[in-house]
Design a protein around this ligand. Structure first.
Ligand code: NDP
Length: 241
C-alpha cells in the first residue's frame, strides 16, 4: 500500500530533493514550508505535492497542518524533520532572539511534529521518523552555539525516542549532513566557503540528492533493524565514531 510521507521544509534545498525522491518512489507526499510561496507553488505544480504553509516551531500550527494532511492523504507513516534555519553569531554578540529562533525552528520543531504523529504510529505498529541534524551538531562550530546546540539536541532526541518506540515497529534515525550545496550554504561568504571546501576530503560540497537517497533507505521496509542511528554524510570532513 502507498505510504504517506511528510517532509518539513520540503519545498527547497535538501527537503526538496527528499520530496522529489519520495514522490518518485511512489509515496504520497506532503511538504511544510515557512513562507516562500514561489518555491511552494513550483512544487505543487511540478510534482503535484500537497504543500502547506505552517511554522514547525508552532505546536498548534503543526497539528492543524497534519490534520489536513491526514484527511487528504491518509495516516502519516513517514516523517522527515528537515526544516531548519541558521542565525549565526559569536556568543558574545548573540541575542536572545537569535538563540531562541534557532532552538524553536531546529529543535522544538522535532518535538512538535513527532508528538503529533506518535500516537497514530504506535496504534498502527509502524512508523519511520527521520531527523536532519548537521555535522555542526556533532563537532560544534564557531559562531553557531545556537545551531550546534539545537542539532546536537536532535541527535539526543533521536536516540531516546528510538528506545521508546522500537517495540512498536517505529524506527527513529538521524542524518548529519556536512556542507550541502543549497541556499543555506550559498549564504556563507565566498572566502569562508573556499576554506570549507578545502577541508572536505572528497573535495566538493555535497548534493541534496545525496542526502535524499539516505532518507529513502531509512524510510524503506528494508531498514526496519536500523534505529537510533546517526548517519554521517559529509565527504569525510568529520569522521564520527
Ligand atoms: P534551505 O534554507 O535551503 O531550506 C529550508 C527549508 O525549510 C525551506 O523549505 C523553508 O521554507 C523551511 N523552513 C525553514 N524554517 C521553517 C519553519 N519555521 N517552518 C516551516 N518550514 C521552515 O535549507 P537546507 O536545505 O540547506 O537545509 C535543510 C536542513 O538540513 C536544515 O535542517 C539544515 O539545518 C540541515 N543542514 C543543512 C546543511 C547544508 O549544508 N545545507 C548541512 C547540514 C544540515 P521556506 O522555503 O518557506 O523558507
Amino acid at each position: 500500500m502507498t505510504k504517506t510521507a511528510v517532509v518539513t521544509g520540503g519545498t527547497r534545498g535538501i527537503g526538496l530533493a527528499i520530496t522529489q525522491q519520495l514522490k518518485a518512489a511512489g509515496y504520497k507526499v506532503a511538504a511544510l514550508y515557512a513562507g516562500n510561496e514561489a518555491a511552494a507553488e513550483a512544487v505543487r505544480k511540478d510534482l503535484g505535492v500537497l504543500c502547506i504553509k505552517a511554522d514547525v516551531g508552532d505546536f498548534e500550527a503543526v497539528g492543524a497542518a497534519f490534520a489536513e494532511i491526514e484527511k487528504t492523504l491518509g495516516p502519516i507513516e513517514v516523517l522527515v524533520n528537515n526544516a531548519g534555519i541558521t542565525r549565526d553569531g559569536m556568543l558574545h554578540k548573540l541575542t536572545p532572539g537569535q538563540w531562541s529562533e534557532v532552538i524553536r525552528a531546529d529543535l522544538d520543531s522535532v518535538f512538535n511534529t513527532s508528538r503529533h504523529v506518535i500516537d497514530g504510529m504506535r496504534e498502527r505498529n509502524f512508523g519511520r521518523i527521520i531527523n536532519i541534524s548537521s555535522i555542526n551538531g556533532q563537532k560544534g562550530q564557531m559562531g553557531q552555539t545556537n545551531y550546534s546546540a539545537a542539532k546536537a539536541g536532535v541527535i539526543g532526541f533521536t536516540k531516546a525516542l528510538a528506545q521508546e518506540t522500537a517495540r512498536k515497529g517505529i524506527t527513529v534515525n538521524v542524518i548529519a549532513p556536512g556542507y550541502i550545496d543549497t541556499d543555506m550554504v550559498a549564504a556563507v561568504p565566498e572566502k569562508a566557503l573556499e576554506g570549507i571546501i578545502a577541508s572536505i576530503p572528497v573535495g566538493r560540497l555535497g548534493k541534496a540528492e545525496e542526502i535524499a537517497g539516505a532518507v529513502l533507505y531509512l524510510a524503506s521496509d528494508g531498514a526496519a533493524f536500523v534505529t537510533g542511528s546517526t548517519l554521517t554524510i559529509n565527504g569525510g570532513q568529520y569522521i564520527a565514531g
